[in-house]
Each structure stands twice: as C-alpha cells, then as structure tokens.
Design a protein around this ligand. Structure first.
Ligand code: TXA
Ligand code: MG
Length: 342
C-alpha cells in the first residue's frame, strides 16, 4: 500500500484533503491525523473490520482498548450510559482538550474491538482544528490510538507516523508538529473515586479544583484490576536502553566517562544546562524548568536516538510538578525501571 502525506495547512488543498480522509474512513480504511496531543490513527468506531486495521497496522495487542474521538458532546449519548455528574463537569470544563474519560459503555453500539470487550469506553473531544474539522465532516465517532508502531514513542510529527507506518496505511493528514507532545490524561469515572489511569496535560491539581478528590492509579494497579490494560505494556522505547539518572551535571558527566571507559557510546536527553556534558549526542528538552517545552520535545528526542549508533541513553529525572508527572510517567516506562548507578 502506498502511504500519502497530505499537508492540510495549504489552503488550496485543504477541502480536498478532508474529502479524501472522509472517503477513506467511510470506506472502512484507517487515516492518521494530528490532535493537540499526538497524531492519532483513526477508523470508524462502529466498524469492527475498520478498527481491526488499526491493530494490524500498529502491531497493537488486542486487549488494549482504543480512545473514541468525537466532534461534539451530544455524540456521546449514542454509545455511553449513566454518565456521572462529575464526569459532566469535567467535559464542560476541559473539552475540547487533552482529557479522556472512561465511562460506562452502552451495549451493542461500538465495535467490540474498540473497547477490547470491556463494558467501558474512553472518549474525548480533541482540541485541534484538523481533528475537529475531520470529525465534523465525518459525523461519526472515530476510534484512534496514537499513530505509532506499538511500543514506540507517540508521533508528534507526520514524519514520525510515516517512519513507523509507511506502506501500512493509506493517508496521513499533516498538520505540522503537535502542541502538547504527550498523550491525553485518562481518568476513570467507573471507579468509585475518579482515578487517573494515565497522567497528561490536564493535571491532578486541575481536576481536583473542579471535581474534588481524585486518585492516581499506581503502576501496579493493573495486576489487581485491569482497568487500563495499556498500563502493562512496554512503551515509548527507543532501540537503545534508556537509563534514568540523578538531575546533576556532575553525576551525568561521571556516568558518561564511565560509559566511555567501557568503549560504549551514549546520548543524553536533558535540558539545555546539560549540553556541556561530553556525550556523543545531546538532545535538548529546552530550557531548564520549562516542563511544557520538555513535554513538547520528549518524543522527538527519544526518536532522534534511533537515528544514532549509541549503546545507551541517559536522562536526568525531571520535577514531578504539573505536567512533570506525565513526563516522568512516560520516562519511567521508557526506562523500564533502569537507573544508572555510578
Ligand atoms: O492523546 C491521546 O490520548 C492520543 C490521541 C490520538 O487522542 N491517543 C492515545 O491513544 O494516546 P492510545 O491508544 O495510545 O492510549 C489509550 C490509552 C491506553 O492506555 C488504553 O489502555 C486506555 O487509554 N484506555 C482506552 N480505553 C479504555 C478503557 N475502556 N478502560 C481503560 N483504559 C482505556
Ligand atoms: Mg499509544
């Protein structure tokens, strides 16, 4: 299959790009499109055959459910039931935006593979002109996970989607670099106390301001209750192993020297203040303490490592304040528990 990239910013081609995307989706094909978080790979959420193509293109485990994207709040009634009051408040406050709500599923509405057989469904309205226009013209809910090969960092550019899925999908709508750079916050409204299953741009503090007490799921929670099946899979991993390390220029320099003594090559992903470290490669996460910039640059930096010949990647830990919680959540998964000890 030939994969076409269509730039949607170009006014003269704009409507024809949407028409092409809508036609493909209506026919039961998959299409990649930008959102404010990361690029998604969409299919009509009521077609099991179409949704199966998402799992196939990504190599995604069948038991990991997909997020359903809608263009307006009214559409939610068609496939959810018993929406809690606090969930309504969240929708009114944070939609369109990077917040996915897990709600009770109305039986026999969506394709079974969207929810991986669960009686719940994750749903959000993205805050991105291209995603919203596509959903508005299509007038149907779209199931869309991040448009990366399963296990790789989510795509923040059309070129990342192309790198992972070339030849496997027919169309990528190219809307430039995504804004936030990390996936949406996922909050479960089926559990007694609303529970954050995946931290993101909408933080716990922001949620608690409008709905009161919110829990955070521990990474081990899936062993007791498999609410977010996605929590159990390896994620965001470049080809070479990622090691977390203390946030100290001296410690990182020492680590680099030790790695060099073993005749190995290393990349450092960190804020600009670390660029004096003598590693083979340095990928910047922006200015020190600018967590929004770090979120925006993280996946590009992890992907950049795959274009090098390094043996390992060092990442000094970031503060867990605000969006830092989401950044560290992704980095801990990318590192899979590895910590560099001098
Ligand atoms: O920002 C985002 O959320 C992006 C864009 C494209 O919208 N999408 C995204 O999708 O990150 P994905 O599939 O890569 O991550 C979806 C997460 C997974 O961890 C999955 O397990 C969880 O949401 N999820 C989806 N439906 C669920 C459900 N019914 N119950 C529990 N977790 C669910
Ligand atoms: Mg994903």
């Amino acid at each position: 299959m030939k994969t076409t990239i269509t730039i949607v910013d170009n006014l003269s081609t704009k409507q024809s790009s949407y028409t092409q995307a809508v036609d493909l989706l209506t026919k039961g094909e998959v299409v990649a499109f930008p959102t404010e978080t990361v690029y998604g790979l969409g299919a009509i959420a009521t077609s099991e055959e179409a949704v199966a193509k998402i799992f196939k293109a990504k190599g995604r485990p069948q038991d990991n459910p997909l997020i359903v994207h809608i263009g307006s709040k009214e559409e939610i009634k068609a496939f959810t039931r018993d929406i809690p009051k606090l969930a309504e408040v969240c929708m009114d406050t944070f939609w369109p935006g990077p917040l996915t709500l897990i709600l009770p599923l109305k039986a026999d509405t969506l394709a079974k593979n969207v929810t991986a057989g669960h009686q719940t469904v994750g749903v959000r309205i993205p805050e991105h002109t291209i995603a919203l226009e596509l959903l508005k013209q299509l007038k149907q809910p779209v199931a869309a996970p991040s448009a990366n090969k399963s296990g790789k960092p989510s795509p923040t550019k059309a070129a990342h989607v192309y790198r992972d899925l070339e030849g496997k999908i027919p169309l990528i709508l190219d809307g430039g670099t995504t804004g936030i750079g990390l996936e949406s916050t996922v909050i479960d409204f089926v559990s007694e106390i609303p529970t954050i299953l995946r931290p993101g741009g909408v933080t716990k503090e922001m949620l608690e301001k409008v709905i009161g007490q919110v829990r955070e799921a521990k990474p081990t929670d899936h062993e007791e209750a498999p609410r977010a099946p996605g929590m159990k899979y390896a994620h965001y991993a470049p080809n070479s192993p990622v090691y977390l390390i203390e946030d100290s220029i001296a410690k990182v320099q020492e680590a680099v020297e030790k790695i060099h003594n073993e005749q190995k090559k290393v990349a450092v992903i960190a804020n600009e203040s670390f660029n004096q470290v003598k590693a083979e490669y340095f990928f910047s996460l922006g200015k020190k303490d600018q967590l929004n910039d770090a979120a925006h640059l993280l996946y590009q930096a992890l992907r950049d490592c795959d274009e090098t010949d390094v043996d390992m990647i060092l990442v000094p830990v970031l503060s867990k304040k605000g969006v830092g919680t989401a950044i560290m959540n992704r980095l801990e998964k990318a590192a899979n528990g590895r910590w560099f000890n001098n």
